[in-house]
Design a protein. Sequence first.
Length: 245
Amino acid sequence: MPYFVVMNKNAKLDGKNPAVLYGYGGFEVSLKPFYSGVTGEAWLKHGGVYVLANIRGGGEFGPRWHQAALKENRQRAFDDFIAVAQDLAKRKVSSPRHLGIMGGSNGGLLVGAVLTQRPDLFSAVVCQVPLLDMRRYSRLLAGASWMGEYGDPDDPAQWAYISKYSPYQNVSKDKHYPRTLFTTSTRDDRVHPGHARKMVARMKEQGHDVLYWENTEGGHAGAANNDQQAQMWALTYTFLLNQLK
């Protein structure tokens, strides 16, 4: 499973590097290396490692790469992400104690699913403007337009496979999860903030350690201007540094 790693050239492969694994894996979106002053100043400058995963569901290798994780095959995207995390530990780029995961929108679904399936692989999760309640996603805002990607939860045959990974339905009081930061926007007009709100409420009821930040502006981007962007990313990377160092 291909992935990119950005790290200091002098970093040691001893499994102790704080690292964040980012993924999306949907809608034929390709994740490629890019320059980010925010990531550089707030994460890399402090010794962090940034990992970009090219999992199935994305478009990095054409339409077939996307189609390989549609509907009943969605679990493949999650399995690919898990495989990257395991390889980072095997190569001692990082380790579960120092590894965090991050994703937004469909990537929020990704990290939400992986959180509930393999909480032992990470010590921090950042779940941004996420899809989490896949039982009702098609009835909220733009959700109905995504049934070609995930399937129709009102069809019993399709709900049978969606229900196996839907984070809201699979979070359990009997498991120990890494500390998780959920972020969303009151004015998100694509993914309803109710996804994050409900997940946080359920996890708190079950006794899990969660943090929540809801910006009142910003739409699906989560922030409306540079000041809000700065606040959001400061919260995010401070959380990751505190949890993973």
